[in-house]
Design a binder for this molecule. Sequence first.
Ligand code: DGL
Length: 265
Amino acid sequence: MKVGVFDSGLGGLTIVRAITDIFKGADIYYVADTAYAPYGQKTTNQILERSKQITDFLIENHDIDVLVVACNTATSASIMYLREVEKTLMVVGTEPGIKPAIETTKTSKIGVLATTATLNGDKYQVLVDKLSKQKEVTLFEQACPGLVEQIENGDVLHEKTKSMLSSWLEPMRENSVDTIVLGCTHYPLVSDVIQEVMGYEVKLIETGSAIAKRLKSLSCENGHVNEGNLNISILHTGSINTNMIDMIFENSKQNEKIIIRKCEI
Ligand code: DGL
């Protein structure tokens, strides 16, 4: 099985990390589109166009069987289009974990951190409208412009990162939010800072393991034998912080081989 995965940068590796826990016997081609990051401040059309270019690159150069859009922002802008034009390709998307958050919360107060493009997108609104019929909850939505750049630079523990998060999380803290949706695949990389800033135990919802399960079941339905090693190629379009890659795969028990190289798309 050949699996294409992409994100604007390193964030989608939080999904790849979860994939390595349960998925075997495959070649993973991960595009970290750092030349074009961040996606979250771009228009829907710009993100859709770029998602199409990356998908074409993965099909033409790596003959992928399945595509994982490891980015909430790109999923929101392009997944319907990609499924429409690539009819034979299996496509797995990423969306903010509002459903598990609704099931988890005790205070009925949920924080949602995501990019501006995700929060303004129709897909997010449709999801919230549908799920809010299940249970009455109050959502504290917060876009985090600049956070992706801090993470890409490896400045996760920097004072600036902490102070950005402090001001964004203040309304959530004051209102006893007990569950926060990490609606961008970069944000699990600042989980510890979010916990610290909140000052009390909050449940942080990320979607990596759900996406890994979806990838595994979809692939196995299509004849994948889930055995053997994983080979991971990280293809970056701009500069990349390899220390962050080491950090993401630090405690991985799997025996995956990782190759990192620059590519032009
Ligand atoms: N990691 C991405 C997401 O899940 C995009 C971040 C960005 O480039 O703004 O939304």
